[in-house]
Design a protein around this ligand. Structure first.
Ligand code: ADQ
Length: 482
């Protein structure tokens, strides 16, 4: 079902990155969950994607965007950011205020007023770019924490287009949210959208608790995945929409001859040892150091694991310009060195570490070759790696170790081995138990997870969001979704 005519997707980044080297400008597809999720959708439906290219002063490279658009099947509308805004809006407000606050790391927040001013200024730039984007009937779908004020600004510019917002990261518990100096403005801005989507019921519940404290006159109605709020004679819908992946495309890639060949190579390089796989963006919310500590604990406590398992930690570079991320990278590398120093023996290193972005086929080959995926963020909106691992597990022999604090845990709890990533001993024990899990049980669990992801893929996610945006009555929405 496609109730919307056209679609204007708005996100911080365009799905491409422009960069300059000695041969001139180049264009590459961006990394990260949002791009993985939305690119197939726009390719399918057509429309416009509004966002920043990731470079400053790239005017001369814009013909590359046109070429990309023609091939991709949708238009790109670049937003230009000056260096100062990149510093204050992107690295500042988005990544030193909202990201840590919403992931329960309040102590890492820098609540600088100049960041907030830049946030408003840049949100206005995005809103202007939407105003300049063709189709007056198009539905505007704004993504993520960088752009929470765009809907409000569109209205103040006289836009009559309908607009919805999806938050890809968690919404924090009320006690954390209340620390934000601009808490009431931000909450009110979110309520200017017609629909606000969250990854899980838990996020929506957190949001509602803050609404009830800060805006007590607002009254909720209904229950289930989509509810309605009444304010000033207007209705705003709030929904839980767990984001997903293009399941069938991952399965196809996993079954392809190229990937099968690569899986055999990876397995023979493992020399009979079992691969425990961890794939993350470099970020403190992903719990990478906690995982390494737990793995060390497992090697200490269960000597039988030594020489028989290898933790393959693959990390995609992210926010490299931020000192905190750089420090985290050094800490991870120190820990990898320490664990290898303690346990390596000729022909075996307990941890293998790759700091780079992998191509799709290579990543899928790793997913297939691994006996277990260890996905243990301290807090995560959803976590697509967990879903990608299951989709690629076409032989259904793998086990997913999943943090209770990943949004994905709500959907995958019937198949994953759930762990508390802060509990080093508990996690070490779960690693051991998961390695010893009988094949029949592993298969049953994997089948259950694959079933959930297959039925709730990225295309259903889009349909559900748009259904919630356009259905006349809340009863039109399937009560069992989410
Ligand atoms: P992210 O924090 O980026 O996304 P995640 O959902 O795990 O987290 O997505 C990461 C993506 O990057 C995956 O598609 C994965 O395949 C890819 N990736 C990771 N490491 C890679 C590597 N070394 N090489 C190549 N690709 C790699 C945000 C939220 C999440 C939410 C998504 C979507 O933080 O909670 O699930 O948006 O809403």
């Amino acid at each position: 079902m496609t109730p919307a005519k056209g679609l204007i997707v708005v996100s911080n980044r365009l799905p491409v990155v422009l960069s300059r080297n000695e041969d001139g400008w180049g264009i590459t597809t961006g990394a990260g969950g949002l791009v993985s999720a939305m690119a197939p959708v726009l390719r399918d439906r057509g429309g416009t994607w509004v966002g920043w290219t990731g470079a400053s002063g790239e005017h001369e490279a814009e013909s590359l965007l046109g070429e990309f658009s023609r091939e991709a099947g949708y238009s790109l509308k670049p937003v230009r950011l000056e260096k100062e805004d990149v510093a204050d809006f992107y690295y500042g407000f988005a990544n030193e205020v909202i990201w840590p606050l919403f992931h329960d790391f309040q102590s890492l927040c820098n609540f600088f007023p100049k960041y907030w001013k830049s946030y408003l200024r840049v949100n206005e730039l995005y809103a202007r770019a939407v105003m300049d984007s063709g189709d007056p009937e198009a539905y505007v779908w704004v993504h993520d924490y960088h752009l929470m004020h765009v809907g409000e600004m569109l209205k103040s510019m006289g836009s009559r287009r309908r607009a919805g917002f999806f938050l890809h990261i968690p919404f924090p518990p009320m006690d954390n949210y209340l620390k934000l100096p601009w808490r009431r403005r931000l909450l009110s801005a979110l309520l200017e959208y017609d629909l606000v989507g969250f990854q899980t019921y838990r996020d929506r519940r957190n949001f509602m608790q803050s609404v009830q404290v800060l805006l007590p006159h607002v009254k909720p109605q209904g229950r289930g995945p989509v509810i309605e709020l009444l304010l000033d004679g207007r209705k705003v819908r709030l929904g839980a929409f767990p984001i997903s992946i293009d399941y069938r495309s991952f399965v196809r890639t996993a079954r392809s001859p190229a990937v099968s060949g690569r899986v055999n190579e990876l397995k023979s390089a493992m020399d009979g040892r079992r691969m425990l796989l961890a794939v993350d963006r470099l970020d403190y919310s992903k719990g990478i150091t906690f995982r390494l500590e737990a793995f060390r604990e497992a090697l200490e406590k269960y000597p039988g694991l030594r020489g028989n398992v290898t933790l393959m930690q693959i990390m995609v570079p992210s926010r490299q310009e931020v000192p905190r991320y750089n420090a985290l990278k050094q800490e991870i590398e120190r820990l990898v060195g320490e664990i290898n120093g303690l346990f390596s023996r000729p022909g075996w290193n307990p941890v293998q570490y790759q700091y780079r972005s992998l191509g799709r086929e290579e990543l899928v080959a790793y997913y297939r070759a691994a006996s277990m995926a260890i996905v243990t963020p301290l807090r995560d909106g959803m976590n697509l790696v967990a879903k990608e691992y299951c989709a690629c597990n076409v032989n259904r022999r793998g086990v997913l170790l999943l943090s209770e604090f990943a949004g994905a845990a709500a959907q995958l709890q019937n198949g994953a081995v759930l762990v508390n990533p802060f509990d080093r001993e508990g996690m070490a024990q779960s690693i051991k138990e998961a390695l010893d899990m009988p094949a029949e049980e592993a298969r049953r669990r994997m089948d259950r997870m694959r079933d959930v992801i297959r039925k709730n893929d990225i295309f259903r996610w889009v349909d559900m969001f748009l259904l919630a945006a356009f259905s006349r009555h809340l009863d039109d929405f399937p009560p069992t979704y989410a």
